[in-house]
Design a protein around this ligand. Structure first.
Ligand code: FAD
Ligand code: EPU
Length: 338
């Protein structure tokens, strides 16, 4: 076997929260054969498996037993479909932001609003990444994957993926059971700017190029979100909650400036960042953890903390929101141990 398995590997720099973590074993398969070998080894030895991407939506424990698989298949290529659109094949290890910028630079439209989202392509379907009014699912044609328990390969169509807001089948029936190996995405040669979110429209010229939109999105994000290289974080720590129309109306009466967005199913989505902010918690710090001072939905790690400390801190934030607004917040990043 040619597979290089690293023992007792430090993952502290491999998760954007910067939590100290050692993996019992780590492997970075560079192709399907190596991935198959790794799965066979794990199966025979009975090792639990965690598939790791960029570690930007994961809460890691101090020690991860078994085998961490970090796909290192890093190619992407284009396939002409017709004059109007192009298929993009992106392997699991491709850095999402680099792909988005490369497509935008070629004048291919569709993913530019998803610029600067950290992580790898393989993880993008897990929570159906979204930002600035666009979700991955709108541009996804297929997900290629391998089942961890028997190495079986499969290709899922979008309808098989049960995509929702920050949700998919990969968080439910297939949670922890597959390694996504490749995405097939669809982008367009026709200009399709989506500028309706926030002040995006005012940040670009009329009839902008795709790259200009991507760069504007990057600029907004840099103003609000902490750079994980400088301050540990996993982006939004909670999902934006959906409440009944009646509940939203009652809250709006009490708080007329509260942001709210009607959903297709009749419920109303609230801005968790606004709720946390209104509890007076923006910038609040207790020991190793804090609420970011420019975006209250982002919890930050100042160093020296662990997963239990982060969860306890997050629980206090959620309790404050529950007490003040009667709204429950749900965690967004996945606990590696759940
Ligand atoms: P990881 O954190 O490594 O893994 C996340 C989950 O996916 C884990 O359960 C892991 O086991 C699983 N996984 C990873 N790779 C695979 C694979 N190949 N096959 C199967 N399972 C896999 N998210 C948004 O949606 N919108 C945003 O705007 C956004 N902004 C962010 C900003 C910051 C500063 C940060 C730190 C995070 C942000 N996120 C955002 C969250 C995060 O970037 C995304 O969820 C991203 O897709 C995670 O990718 P990753 O490679 O880092 O995944
Ligand atoms: N707000 C405040 N105070 C704050 C934060 C936000 O009042 O401290 C208000 C804003 O003024 C705005 C509203 O809340 O009216 C929404 O804020 P923002 O536009 O910053 O977006 P968000 O809802 O907090 C979501 C995603 C982000 C994504 C942005 C842009 C979730 C959980 N988060 O954040 O995704 O980048 O929209 O589309 O849906 C992530 O998932 O990790 C992530 C960063």
């Amino acid at each position: 076997m040619s597979l290089a398995i690293l023992a007792d590997h430090d993952l502290t720099a491999a998760n954007t929260l910067g939590l100290t973590c050692r993996a019992e074993r780590l492997v970075g398969p560079a192709n399907a054969t190596e991935l198959g070998e790794a799965l066979l080894l794990a199966r025979e030895a009975g090792w639990p498996i965690l598939v790791l991407g960029g570690g930007s939506n994961l809460i890691l424990p101090a020690f991860l037993p078994g085998l961490v698989i970090r796909p290192a298949m890093n190619d992407w290529w284009l396939e002409e479909v017709d004059n109007g659109s192009v298929r993009v094949h992106a392997e699991a290890g491709v850095v999402w932001h680099e792909l988005v910028m490369a497509l935008a630079a070629r004048g291919l439209w569709g993913l530019e609003n998803l610029a600067l989202i950290p992580g790898r392509c393989g993880a993008a379907p897990i929570q159906n990444i979204g930002a600035y009014g666009v979700e991955l699912a709108e541009h996804l044609e297929a997900v290629h994957l391998v089942h961890l328990d028997d190495g079986r390969e499969a290709v899922l169509a979008p309808d098989d993926c049960a995509f929702g807001y920050r949700d998919s089948v990969f968080k439910h029936a297939l949670a922890g059971r597959v390694a996504i190996t490749r995405l097939v995405l669809r982008v367009s040669r026709t200009a399709e700017p989506r500028l309706g979110y926030g002040d995006l429209a005012s940040r670009v010229a009329e009839a902008p190029a795709a790259l200009e939109v991507a760069e504007a999105v990057c600029a907004v994000r840099r103003e609000k979100l902490p750079d994980p290289a400088a301050l540990g974080n996993a982006g939004s720590f909670f999902k934006n909650p959906a409440v009944s129309a009646a509940r939203a109306e009652a809250l709006r009466e009490a708080y007329p400036d509260m942001p709210s967005f009607p959903l297709a199913d009749g419920r109303v989505k609230l801005a968790a960042g606004w709720l946390i902010d209104r509890c007076g918690l923006k910038g609040w710090r207790d020991g190793a953890f804090g609420v970011h001072d420019r975006q209250a939905l982002v919890l930050v790690h100042h160093g020296g903390g662990d997963a239990a400390g982060l969860l306890a801190f997050a629980a206090r934030v959620a309790e404050a929101v529950q007490e003040r607004f009667g709204v429950a917040l749900e965690r967004e990043p996945r606990l590696a141990t759940e």
